[in-house]
Design a binder for this molecule. Structure first.
Ligand code: FE2
Length: 379
């Protein structure tokens, strides 16, 4: 007799399935910006990125210029239009500086494209082989929320600085790094009622799992609220939390983002460090601005999180937040937006066992964001 009740066998079955989209991690993040030359200088000066590669008219690329910069396993590409009729110019006019590409490293970009498009992913780029004297890169891509795309990058047969079309960027200006190691997670802001459809997209099209859910009770202050679900790929190397606004007495920070970005997009990128005190001390000296956390946050911190290795006063002096889960604790801090529109910002995170996202800090964090929103007249 057929039955609709799931047996333990059928419940276990999906976990045993082969991962149809094995990902090695974040390959690079590409931003469309108004002035890539100056943006690259900012990321080198303020965040400690290094010059990696350049693509532009001098390398045979028409209409735009791109600077690839890196720090340990993090690669950013800053791309700008050099003519007003270039599609990148339209993107920049609408959104300001923002993330266009979240690129993921794969062993097989053709299979990644076939597996995701046959599950309903909308193609952005059919598998394409790029070659130069340093080897081959195969890339393909699909659309995700807003105008953001995922590119699948297959580069095991490539030995150049970045990829074909780019040449090594030698610079006389090489400030030291700040200890940023890898991309921990990238968060998307989507419109009202759009979180669950995008959760389903990551489940169905990319084989991700929803590992954590925060409702508007978890993420609310007296004034504003949002909801969030964290999506993770099979091996946990790639995590994409998805936020949507929720009703509150005043305007949600996600609504403010959607208004000023003029659509859905990437809200923040979290970069991991092995020593958050050293990294944040350095970033502050170099001019990175962080949200201010009131000193009262630290009065009850140790009662909440228990023993931590770091000096409380050092954390308090820098405004670093701490949270604990069953597996350990994490330290995190959030920058102010890095452009004049209140859109993209950065998180610096150090994980000491914890795999969560700092739920215990949401209230303090969102109150800090609200003070900034109020100062902009957008609360
Ligand atoms: Fe985050």
């Amino acid at each position: 007799m057929p039955t609709t009740i799931a047996t333990p066998e059928t419940k276990r079955a999906p976990a045993a399935e082969k991962d149809f989209l094995p990902l090695q991690g974040t390959d690079y993040v590409e931003f469309y910006v108004g002035n890539a030359k100056q943006a690259a200088h900012f990321y080198k000066t303020a965040f400690g990125f290094h010059s990696l590669a350049y693509s532009g008219p001098e390398t045979g690329t028409k209409g735009r210029a791109s600077y690839a910069i890196c720090q340990n396993k993090i690669t950013f590409v800053l791309t700008t239009p050099i003519r007003s009729n270039h599609p990148v110019a339209e993107h920049h006019h609408k959104h300001g500086d923002g993330v266009k590409v979240l690129a993921l490293t794969v062993d097989d970009a053709t299979s990644a494209w076939e597996e995701t498009t046959k599950r309903g992913g909308k193609s952005y780029l059919e598998p394409k082989r790029l070659s130069d004297e340093d080897g081959d890169v195969v890339m393909s891509g699909i659309h995700t929320y807003g105008e953001v795309v995922h590119l699948f990058i297959e580069r095991q047969n490539y030995h150049g600085p970045f990829m074909p079309g780019f040449r090594k960027w030698e610079s006389n200006y090489n400030p030291p790094g700040t200890g940023l190691q890898h991309v921990d997670h990238c968060v998307g802001n989507v419109g009202w009622g759009q979180m669950n459809p995008w959760v389903k997209f990551y489940e169905d099209v990319m084989g991700f799992r929803n590992i954590l859910t925060f409702d508007d009770k978890d993420i609310s202050t007296e004034y504003s609220a949002l909801m969030s679900k964290v999506m993770s790929n099979g091996n946990g190397f790639v995590k994409f939390p998805i936020n949507e606004p929720a009703e509150g007495k005043k305007k949600s920070q996600v609504e403010e983002y959607l208004e000023f970005y003029d659509g859905e997009g990437v809200q923040h990128i979290a970069m991991a460090t092995n020593n958050i005190i050293e990294t944040v001390t350095d970033l502050q000296k170099r001019g990175v601005e962080f949200l201010h956390i009131p000193s009262t946050y630290y009065d009850t911190l140790l009662d909440r999180v228990g023993h931590i290795d770091e000096e409380l006063n050092a954390l308090k002096g820098l405004g670093i937040l701490v949270d604990r889960d069953d597996e350990g604790y994490l330290l995190q801090i959030f920058s102010k937006p890095v452009e004049d529109r209140p859109t993209l910002f950065y998180e610096i995170i150090q994980r000491k066992g914890a795999k969560s996202f700092g739920k215990g800090n949401f209230k303090a964090l969102f109150e800090a964001i609200e003070r900034e929103q109020a100062a902009r007249g957008n609360l």
